[in-house]
Design a protein around this ligand. Structure first.
Ligand SMILES: [Zn+2]
Length: 247
């Protein structure tokens, strides 16, 4: 294949632009900001789950507290009734008095037990309240962090898309300047060889595969007419002769 040396050189500009576009597209697919955002969201979900558990616990404790308070009231009322009956002097049967006395003692024990439970519930409630306040604060912080990460991600995407647009515009300008057969060969090689279809020969080395050319290969490159589209013997990419090729 033949192409003007200027077009061959221009092909290197096209390659540079395409390499840049590939890099930007890869970056878009694996943004570090995306990973940070994912981590922030995972943390927020975890905190909200913990908060939900704590709130359920608080509601359960509330219910238990109300129940214990009702029980205490009942026990107290019954004890008072019994005491009044005993003190009224209306009960004369010693057996009945004895059983009433026993019940009053039983109720007193029961009340003391219930009061212990109420105290313990109050302590647990205080702990859970503290935990909830702590989690509330952490959730607020995590929401801020998540929003920040989201902004950083959006900014990064915009910035990269901007750069991609410029590179794409640059590409279409270059493409218009190049002959079709050269372009087709380049595209085909680019597809075949990991995105690099054309490389410069610099200081005797192919910049596509990074290998040094042998003396015989360099000689062939030197002798080839300038308009001949030369290829690297090793990687088969278009190998463009430049000012510092070392020929
Ligand atoms: Zn090569």
């Amino acid at each position: 294949m033949k192409a003007e040396p200027a077009h061959q050189l221009r092909l290197l500009d096209l390659q540079e632009t395409d390499t840049e576009r590939d890099r930007l597209n890869r970056l878009l697919r694996a943004l570090p900001e995306e990973e940070q955002l994912r981590q922030c969201e995972a943390r927020l979900t975890e905190l909200r789950d913990q908060l939900a558990v704590t709130e359920t616990e608080l509601r359960d404790l509330d219910r238990e507290q109300r129940k214990v308070e009702r029980d205490i009231d009942q026990v107290r009322a019954r004890a008072e009734r019994n005491t009044q009956r005993m003190e009224s002097g209306q009960i004369s049967s010693p057996r009945e008095l004895e059983s009433l006395q026993a019940e009053i003692e039983l109720l007193a024990r029961r009340q003391s037990e219930l009061e212990d439970i109420a105290l313990e519930l109050m302590e647990r409630r205080e702990e859970a309240d503290k935990r909830r306040a702590d989690l509330d604060r952490k959730v607020t912080e995590a929401v801020e962090e998540r929003d920040d990460a989201e902004n950083r991600r959006s900014e990064a995407v915009l910035r990269i898309k901007d750069e991609l647009d410029s590179a794409t515009q640059r590409r279409s300008r270059i493409v218009k300047e190049l002959p079709e057969d050269l372009l087709n060969l380049y595209e085909r090689l680019r597809e075949q060889y990991a995105g690099i279809g054309a490389a410069a020969l610099r200081y005797g080395r192919c910049e596509g595969c990074k290998l040094q050319l042998s003396a015989a290969e360099l000689r062939e490159m030197r002798l080839a007419p300038p308009e001949e589209v030369t290829r690297c013997e090793n990687c088969r990419r278009i190998l463009v002769r430049v000012a510092d090729s070392g020929l």
